[in-house]
Each structure stands twice: as structure tokens, then as C-alpha cells.
Design a protein around this ligand. Structure first.
Ligand code: FVH
Length: 291
């Protein structure tokens, strides 16, 4: 018997298995392409010959595959071995997929925990790795000690869909930031400014702008977007026109920045010119436009 079985040895699954081994846990591993187990076997992992063998080896099964359909497909032949075990699924997915997986696992008498990995493989096991969890509280409490090997844990609640919801919301913030950075670098690069010269300025500007986010949280939770507004939507929408015009003049694609202008225009048309930008969250929630 092992402490943990890790199913899926891609870049992330391998990092997870290594982190468990580094903390002295007994680990069984399985992967579709067996060659990826070699490096872990050399570090002490037991290599299972089948998924059934892997699932039967441990009370805690950690799956990290490409997509949810793969998780179901891979685990299906081992479903009779699932009872009284805990499946922690760290595959990226949607809240609906997580809830459906939780129901499927429950049919076979196992506990389910969904997870969102807020780290890249080299960060796993280090102080900057954060893993979000949701699902069975009792199972999380039982295995929290082992899961700590992967990084800091944050348990969000019994609804299995919470971890993927937080995960995709955090990714949304990240990709929004990346989109702005890509556009900024396209603009400055086209003007002959080296990226390494511009980047430090961009980095400190973005950091400074983050200072306003706690105020947005207050405004969104209270519903008051119009008190003590420093930079109102109307003014920002006008400035944004310049961003679009300058991009077009420089022959830079506006595909990343145009959706924001459309939303700002919608906000102004809806009478929110004097409100803060935070009021646009309500417009996103109340309309299917732009979806
Ligand atoms: N890598 C990262 O930076 C991110 C960080 C945040 C979390 N994601 C999610 O983690 C999941 C796995 O990602 P990964 O980086 O390990 O991905 P790959 O290296 O491409 O490994 C994929 C594994 O899935 C196996 N697999 C794929 N299709 C099948 C299938 N039809 N049947 C069985 N296994 C399958 C694949 O097996 P093989 O190709 O080695 O045989 C790998 O084990 C993912 O949800 C990220 O979004 C990573």
C-alpha cells in the first residue's frame, strides 16, 4: 500500500508526485505513456501496471490529466476500486464539470475534492505554490497533511465547483493583464522601443494601479459606485478612444482592446459616466451582450 496514488504524469502530475516523494510519502504512479514514470521510479515511486492497480494502492488518489473527459475515461475501468477512497482531481475544468465529477465519484462510494492549481510545475512544493480545494470537508481534513506537500492549501467550501470557479476567475484576471501587456508591447515595439526598456515602467505602473482594487471590492459589495470617484467612466472612455485611435494609426490590431471600449461605451450609454469603472461588473452580469 502507498499513501498516495498519482494518476497522470504530464508536466504537472510529475511535479506533484515528486513533491509527495520529497516529503517522504509512499507514492504509486500511473500514466498512459509508461516511459514518463521512469524518473519517478528512480526516486522511489511504485509504478502501477494499470489504473486499477494504482487506485487500489492508496486511500488518496490525485488525478492530474489534460481535461475532465480524460479523467472519467481513465478512471472508469477502476471504478469498482473507488469505494472509501478520496479522489483529488487537480485537472483544470469548469464548476459544472467538477460537480458532475463529484456526483460520479459519489455513485461509487468515494469522496471527492476538486482542486485548482495556482502555480506552474517548477513552483510545486515551494512557498509560492497555492492549491485551491473544494468538496468534501471531512475528506479534505483527513488528507490536508499530505496535500501540504504540494504548497499552501486553501479550502473554499463543500461545493466542488468552488475551486474551479476561483481558478478560472483568477486566470481571467491574469489573462486580462497579459492582454494589456501584449498590446502595450505591440505599440511600443512598433515604435522601435525595446521591450526590455519599456517593461520596468510597465511593471511599476501596473503595480501602482493595483492599489485601487480594494476600493473596487468595496464599491461592488456595497453597490455604491459613485461616491468619491477619482477617475470616472466618462473621462476614461474618452481617453480609451485615444488608445484605439493611436493603435489604428500605428497599424496595431485592436482585437485585444476593442471589447473594453465596447463595454465602456455601453456603460456611458447606460448613464454611468460619473460612476467608477467598477460599475461595469454589473453590466457584464446583467447582459449576454459580448458573450
Ligand atoms: N502546466 C501548467 O503550467 C498548468 C498549471 C496549472 C494547472 N494546469 C492543469 O494541469 C493539468 C495537467 O497539465 P500538464 O501540464 O501536466 O499537461 P501535460 O503535460 O500535457 O500532461 C497531460 C497529461 O494527461 C494525459 N492524457 C492526455 N490525454 C489522455 C488520454 N486520452 N488518456 C490518458 N491520459 C491522457 C497525458 O498522458 P500522456 O500523454 O503522457 O500519455 C499526461 O499525463 C491540465 O488540466 C492543466 O490545465 C497545468
Amino acid at each position: 500500500m502507498s499513501d498516495i496514488a498519482v494518476i497522470g504524469l504530464g508536466a504537472m502530475g510529475t511535479a506533484l508526485a515528486e513533491a509527495f516523494l520529497n516529503k517522504g510519502h509512499a507514492v504509486t504512479v500511473w500514466n498512459r505513456s509508461p516511459a514518463k514514470s521512469d524518473v519517478l521510479a528512480a526516486k522511489g515511486a511504485v509504478v502501477a501496471a494499470s489504473v486499477e492497480e494504482a487506485v487500489s494502492s492508496s486511500p488518496l488518489i490525485v488525478a492530474c490529466l489534460l481535461v475532465y473527459d480524460t479523467v472519467r475515461q481513465v478512471l472508469d475501468p477502476a471504478r469498482e476500486a473507488l469505494p472509501r477512497r478520496t479522489l483529488v482531481n487537480l485537472t483544470n475544468g469548469t464548476p459544472e464539470q467538477a460537480r458532475a465529477m463529484s456526483d460520479w465519484v459519489a455513485e461509487y462510494g468515494a469522496d471527492y475534492i476538486d482542486g485548482g492549481i495556482m502555480a506552474v510545475p517548477p513552483m510545486i512544493g515551494g512557498q509560492h505554490a497555492l492549491i485551491l480545494y473544494s468538496g468534501s470537508r471531512q475528506a479534505f481534513d483527513a488528507h490536508a497533511g499530505r496535500l501540504e506537500a504540494l504548497g499552501a492549501s486553501r479550502y473554499l467550501g463543500e461545493d466542488a465547483g468552488l475551486a474551479p470557479l476561483y481558478d478560472i476567475a483568477l486566470l481571467s484576471g491574469m489573462y486580462g493583464l497579459f492582454a494589456g501587456v501584449l498590446h502595450a508591447l505591440a505599440l511600443t515595439g512598433a515604435a522601435g522601443i525595446p521591450a526590455r526598456e519599456f517593461m520596468p515602467l510597465l511593471g511599476s505602473w501596473l503595480q501602482a494601479m493595483q492599489g485601487g482594487l480594494p476600493k473596487w471590492a468595496e464599491q461592488i459589495d456595497s453597490g455604491d459606485h459613485s461616491s468619491n470617484v477619482v477617475s470616472n467612466l466618462g473621462m476614461q472612455a474618452d481617453a480609451y478612444f485615444n488608445l484605439i485611435d493611436a493603435s489604428r494609426s500605428a497599424d496595431i490590431s485592436t482585437e485585444l482592446v476593442l471589447p473594453m471600449q465596447n463595454l465602456m461605451k455601453r456603460g456611458v450609454t447606460a448613464g454611468r459616466a460619473n460612476a467608477d469603472l467598477s460599475s461595469l461588473v454589473g453590466l457584464l452580469q446583467s447582459s449576454k451582450q459580448g458573450s
